[in-house]
Write a protein that binds this ligand. Structure first.
Ligand code: HSE
Length: 302
């Protein structure tokens, strides 16, 4: 079974581990075959295959598959063929996409009838391979598409949010390229403060509510205005080349909101349409390049 597993952007600023959006147009291709026998095998190809482990015990898709098969109590051999087109370690949910694709496919092939919460739970366990702890935001978006709210519990509560038909929302991304930093997500999570003052928690809660309202109302201005994180982003921004300049450049180019994509180092901005997004992506990437880091410009719809 062939699955198109979309990239995703987690957090949207204040929704650390809670909010995510699937990025249409940036995806991995995951082929899953089930045969007689036991165990899991993986081959990895594609533009961003380099450095992605084929060892099923070190690959998020392999770990998710193993956990699912064990829980389902079935004895089969699973072969996973991953075509990596999502840049890894960039804050675009690259490892989560593979895990989501495999879990989705196995549920269908084996007729397990698992609900969304269970699928998210198994795919999230695969994420441990990348981040050290299971977090569910990226895998939820890759599994369910559109925008999502996830509350981390076992199994996680998930709410899939779709803007009204006809709403125009476009995302601009600047993805720094350079030497791959293994364990980047783990490192970025270590920067997150363990405690937050109540006034910042209140700010972030209100901002998440603004984003969710903006999505449901199809109000991209409200969505963008909510994308201001006062707890995690200040701690992580130093990891992003040219962060302050890129942020300013995005807003000057017409972005309605801008933040770090997932654990970074990519930045994501929201705009009214693709034409503005193109300018915003270019402005952010150029600001990063002024700091000596080449960056890919991408635009995507939710
Ligand atoms: N919510 C996670 C984080 C996403 O920010 O660490 C990781 O891609």
């Amino acid at each position: 079974m062939r699955i198109i597993a979309p990239a995703s952007s987690a957090n949207l600023g204040p929704g650390y581990d809670v909010l995510s959006v699937a990025l249409d147009g940036i995806y991995d291709v995951v082929d899953v075959n089930v045969e007689e026998g036991s165990g899991i095998s993986i081959d990895v190809r594609g533009r961003y295959a380099e450095g992605v482990p084929e060892d099923p015990e070190r690959n998020s898709a392999g770990i998710a598959a193993a956990e699912l098969i064990r829980a389902a109590g079935v004895n089969v051999h699973v072969h996973i063929s991953l075509r990596k087109e999502i840049p890894p370690s960039s804050g675009l949910g690259s490892s989560g996409a593979g895990a989501a694709g495999v879990v989705y496919a196995l549920n269908r092939i084996l007729g397990l009838g698992m609900d969304n919460r269970s699928l998210v739970e198994f795919a999230g366990r695969g994420e441990r391979a990348a981040a050290g702890t299971a977090h569910y935001d990226n895998v939820t978006a890759s599994l369910l598409g559109w925008f999502n709210v996830v509350r981390p519990e076992v199994p996680p509560s998930v709410v899939n949010l779709r803007p009204p038909r006809g709403a125009r929302i476009s995302f601009a991304l600047a993805v720094p390229i350079g030497p791959r930093r293994r364990g980047k997500t783990k490192l970025a999570r270590e920067l997150v403060p363990h405690e937050a003052p109540m006034d910042l928690a209140v700010w972030n809660t209100a901002s998440v509510a603004m984003i969710v309202s903006g999505i449901l109302m199809g109000d991209v201005g409200l969505l963008g205005a909510g994308m201001v994180d006062r707890i995690v982003e200040p701690a992580r921004s130093k990891m992003i080349p040219g962060y302050a300049k890129a942020r300013e450049a995005a807003l000057s180019a017409g972005a309605l909101g801008v933040t770090i994509s997932g654990a970074g180092p990519s930045m994501i901005a929201v705009a009214q349409n693709d034409a503005v997004s193109r300018k915003v992506a270019d402005a952010m990437a150029s600001a990063m390049e002024e700091e000596g880091t080449r960056a890919i410009r991408l635009i995507s719809r939710p």
